[in-house]
Design a protein around this ligand. Structure first.
Ligand code: NDP
Ligand code: PYC
Length: 339
C-alpha cells in the first residue's frame, strides 16, 4: 500500500489550479473548481477532493465541455432561479446564482435554483452549507450517469444521484448530510480499485447480474442502490426533480450524450431553499430549541450526527496546516501536468 504524503493547504490550491489551467479551464472556472476541491480535501472527503482532478481532466479531453463558458441567469419574478451553465462545469453557474437564490428565498419564504446544461463532478454539501450559513435550510440533488440498477433490476438505469441537506444551527456547525443514493459513490469504487481492495457485499453486480466484490467488475456491471427499493425510489425522485422537472437530462440521457467518453456526467441540478424565519410561525427560537433537543437525544445515546467526522477533520487539518493523500495519488496528479 502507498504511504501518505502531506500537502500544505496552500499547495492543495496551487496543485488544483495548475492542473485545471493546464488541461484547459479558464481562470474563473479553475478558481471555482479549485475552491470546491480544496473545500472537500480540507474535510478529508477523499472521493471528491483532489482525486476528482482526474475527472475534470478527462471531461476536458472528451471535448464537449467549454472551459470558458459564461453562465447566464434568466431574470424572473417568481421563486425560480434558472441559470444556464452553457456546457461549462456546474460550479461557476452555482456561484453566480447562489446570491439570487438566497435573496429570493428571503423574499418568497422558499425558492429553487435550476441549473441547466452543466457538466457535474462535485460534492453537494458545500452548496447546501452556503444556504445554512445564510440561516436557510438547503437541499440539493443531481443525477449522474446510468451506472446504477433499480431495485429488482440488474442493468444501469439510475445515476449515483446524491442528495444533500443542511439545517442551520445557532453558534454550531449545521446539521448536514450528503450521500449518493447508490450503496457506494462511483468515486468510492474508483478508490477501492486504485488501492486493490475488494468491495463489501451489496455494492454491485457484474455484467451477468451476479453479486461482485471486484471493483472493476462492479464498474463494468451495475452498481446497486442503498436500502433496496427505498434508495431506488429516492434515486428515481432525483432523476425526476433534477431532470424532466427542470427540462434537463436523466442519467440514461447523460450516458447517451457522453457516447462512451470518460469524464463528468452532463445534466442539470436542483437546489431548494427554505427560510425558517417564515415557516416557523413566529416561533423561530422555540422551534430551533426543539431541533436542538432532537440532536441532543441522538448524541446522548452515542450516535453521531452526519458531518461530525468532516468537521473534526477540517479542524484538525486547519490546525496542522496540511492534508494527507496517498503518495501514488499525488504522483498521478502531478503526471496530469505532463500530459
Ligand atoms: P458517505 O457514505 O461517505 O457519507 C454520507 C454522509 O453520511 C455524510 O454526511 C457522512 O458524514 C454521513 N455518515 C457517514 N457515516 C455516518 C455515521 N456512522 N453516522 C452518521 N452519519 C454518517 O457518502 P457517499 O460516499 O455516498 O458520497 C460522498 C460524496 O460524493 C458526497 O459528497 C456526494 O455529494 C458525492 N457524490 C457526487 C455525485 C455527483 O454526481 N456529483 C454522485 C455521487 C456522490 P461524515 O462526512 O461526517 O462522515
Ligand atoms: O462518485 O458517483 C460519483 C460521481 C459521479 C459524478 C461525480 N461523482
Amino acid at each position: 500500500m502507498s504511504r501518505n504524503v502531506q500537502i500544505n493547504l496552500e499547495d492543495v490550491k496551487h496543485l488544483a489550479t495548475r492542473v485545471l489551467t493546464h488541461v484547459g479551464y479558464d481562470e474563473a472556472h479553475a478558481a471555482a473548481i479549485t475552491h470546491m476541491l480544496y473545500t472537500c480535501q480540507l474535510d478529508d472527503c477523499q472521493s471528491h477532493g483532489l482525486f476528482r482532478l482526474f475527472m475534470c481532466a478527462q471531461t476536458m479531453k472528451a471535448g464537449k465541455i467549454s472551459g470558458s463558458a459564461l453562465p447566464e441567469l434568466t431574470p424572473s419574478d417568481n421563486a425560480i432561479v434558472r441559470v444556464d451553465a452553457n456546457t461549462g462545469m456546474s460550479l461557476l453557474a452555482v456561484e453566480k446564482a447562489m446570491p439570487v437564490l438566497i435573496e429570493k428565498t428571503r423574499h418568497h419564504g422558499m425558492a429553487a435554483m435550476a441549473v441547466n446544461n452543466c457538466f457535474h463532478f462535485s460534492a453537494l454539501w458545500p452548496e447546501v452549507e452556503q444556504l445554512s450559513q445564510a440561516g436557510l435550510v438547503g437541499m440539493a440533488m443531481v443525477p449522474s450517469h446510468s451506472w446504477v440498477a433499480p431495485a429488482g433490476g440488474k442493468r444501469g438505469t439510475l445515476g449515483t444521484n446524491p442528495l444533500a441537506f443542511s439545517w442551520p444551527r445557532q453558534d454550531k456547525d449545521p446539521f448536514t448530510f450528503d450521500f449518493a443514493t447508490s450503496a457506494f459513490a462511483r468515486g468510492e469504487i474508483e478508490l477501492y480499485l486504485r488501492s486493490g481492495k475488494p468491495l463489501p457485499d451489496g455494492v454491485a453486480v457484474d455484467v451477468e447480474g451476479n453479486p461482485t466484490n471486484d471493483p472493476q467488475a462492479a464498474m463494468d456491471g451495475a452498481m446497486l442502490t442503498f436500502g433496496s427499493y427505498k434508495g431506488s425510489a429516492l434515486s428515481i425522485m432525483i432523476e425526476l426533480m433534477a431532470g424532466p422537472l427542470i427540462d434537463d437530462l436523466t442519467s440514461l440521457e447523460s450516458m447517451e450524450y457522453a457516447a462512451g467518453a470518460a469524464g463528468a456526467p452532463y445534466h442539470g441540478e436542483v437546489i431548494l431553499a427554505f427560510d425558517p424565519a417564515q415557516f416557523s410561525n413566529g416561533k423561530l427560537a422555540q422551534n430551533d430549541a426543539r431541533a436542538e433537543c432532537l440532536f441532543a437525544d441522538i448524541i446522548d445515546q452515542g450516535a453521531r450526527l452526519p458531518s461530525q467526522r468532516r468537521f473534526a477533520a477540517r479542524a484538525r487539518n486547519i490546525e496542522r496546516g496540511y492534508v494527507e493523500i496517498s503518495e501514488a495519488l499525488h504522483n498521478d496528479l502531478l503526471a496530469l501536468l505532463e500530459a
